[in-house]
Design a protein around this ligand. Structure first.
Ligand code: GAL
Length: 445
């Protein structure tokens, strides 16, 4: 009798699981194109579509003193040092952007330059950023300014940075100062770059400053970032309601490593919720990780999408902590280790669509020192993008990461994402063949 009951229960459980998995497989498909059968030259973009590239201050400017340089020194990491010496070479670098034929450039301003000690403003630094904006506009290039791209002054970090909600007013004040100087000409602003990457890398994995490993702190920082964004949005909109303000959200997709596995599915869903879902719920419903972030509702004029890859998740995904990435048999691994998965760009756009906002692709690119993958990478992603736009997605721009090789955070100078190769001894920039392909595609569209 008991045996039968037990067997019955077991059978019911198996049927239930199989149904659940089948249901999920349908709800969360993982499409893969047969790229040999795709005509990647068949592209179509609206005439006002913007073509761009992106950089960030700490990765290119050089000679900074901030939370990152502090972290690099404390942990004996590769020092960012002179980086691309862009602070002294920006005019030449803007010439490279012109030569590529681009009409949009996303870059970040460096808080530690602008307010090196609390309450002291470096007007010379602000004037340089202002000159950069003028120069870009003269070239017919739209400036897209990011206010926080992973780096900030160490004095603010010492107060707890984004981990302490009480620190937000300093951040808002800095943003207002930059805004006062640039917003007569800069009309597209990104408040915060990749809030989830910043909080997870800095507070869960400890690979970014401040190098903590605490889930509680991670969740707090995630909420505080969204609230700080909302504070800045409100403050800036008061000064100039017509500007467009957004966040650059890294949408990484999480797929079950084994699509038959009842363990991999819930793990993938959980990580996806943690990485993406909680953020969208924050901006959509004002709830994030069971906390109230209602101030963030309605504070986006556009979404910036940073798209790089999908992560395959299984019980061995503890390997995530070591940043090891499995890939499908037919997928190509990028130098970072994660697979090239252009199909995911469409999924990321579909996932953002319920927000009903225009989308700017604020980053997409590949670590590829020998330039063996970048052309294919570009072509696939642009094909997916072109299809998505034709199917009705409101995407306004594409910014390739990056204009040139630069300081790749915890990876130092080992990962080369540039359309231009940089010789860090001589600071010489050389257009890669893939860069020429990008230029050619832009010319045609
Ligand atoms: C993004 C980040 C960029 C760049 C890129 C390449 O997460 O915003 O600064 O480092 O990744 O890995």
């Amino acid at each position: 009798m008991w045996e039968r009951l037990l067997l019955g229960a077991l059978a019911a459980f198996v049927v239930f699981k199989v149904t659940l998995i089948t249901y999920r497989r349908r709800k969360y498909p993982e499409p893969h194109e047969d790229w040999t059968a795709v005509d990647m030259n068949a592209l179509s973009f609206p005439s006002d579509f913007r073509w761009g590239t992106a950089t960030a201050a700490h990765q290119v400017e050089g000679h900074l003193v901030n939370n990152w340089t502090h972290h690099e020194q404390q942990n004996n990491l590769v020092q960012s040092g002179a980086a691309c010496d862009h602070w002294n070479r920006w005019e030449e670098d803007f010439q490279l952007i012109s030569e590529l034929g681009l009409n949009s450039y996303r870059f970040s301003v460096e808080w530690s330059r602008i307010e090196p000690t609390e309450g002291t403003w470096n007007n010379d630094a602000l004037a340089v950023y202002s000159n950069m904006v003028d120069n870009l506009l003269e070239r017919g290039i739209r400036p897209v300014v990011t206010l926080h791209h992973f780096s900030h002054p160490q004095w603010w970090e010492a107060k707890g940075g984004f981990a302490d909600r009480a620190n937000a007013p300093h951040f808002v004040r800095y943003c207002e100062r930059v805004f006062e100087v640039l917003s007569d000409r800069v009309k597209t602003w990104v408040t915060i770059n990749e809030p989830t990457v910043f909080s997870t890398m800095g507070y869960t994995l400890g690979m970014f400053p401040p190098g903590h490993r605490s889930l509680r702190a991670t969740l707090r920082v995630m909420r505080n970032l969204l609230l700080a964004h909302a504070d800045v949005y409100q403050a800036l909109k008061k000064i100039r309601p017509e500007v467009r303000i957004g966040i650059a959200k890294n949408v990484t997709l999480f797929d079950p490593k084994n699509r038959w596995s009842p363990i991999d599915w819930p793990l993938a869903r959980l990580l996806e919720w943690f990485w993406n879902g909680a953020w969208r719920s924050g901006v959509e419903n004002g709830r994030m990780f069971f906390g109230d972030v209602s101030a963030a509702k309605g504070t986006l004029d556009f979404v910036g999408l940073n798209y790089y890859t999908h992560v395959l998740v299984g019980p061995a995904s503890v390997s995530l902590l070591k940043m090891k990435f499995p890939k499908r048999a037919h997928e190509v691994a990028t130098e970072f280790g994660y697979p090239m998965y252009a199909e995911g760009l469409r999924r990321a756009l579909d996932w953002l669509a319920p927000l009903g906002l225009p989308i700017e692709i604020t980053e997409n690119g590949v670590a590829d020192a020998n330039d063996t993958l970048r052309t294919e990478h570009l072509k696939r992603h642009l094909w997916v993008l072109s299809q998505a736009i034709q199917d009705g997605h409101d995407v306004r721009s594409y910014h390739h990461w990056s204009l040139m090789d630069n300081f790749e955070w915890a990876e130092g100078y080992s990962m080369r994402f540039g359309l231009h190769h940089v010789d860090f001894e001589t600071q010489e920039r050389t257009l890669r063949p893939s860069g020429a392909v990008y230029k050619h595609i832009i010319e045609q569209h």
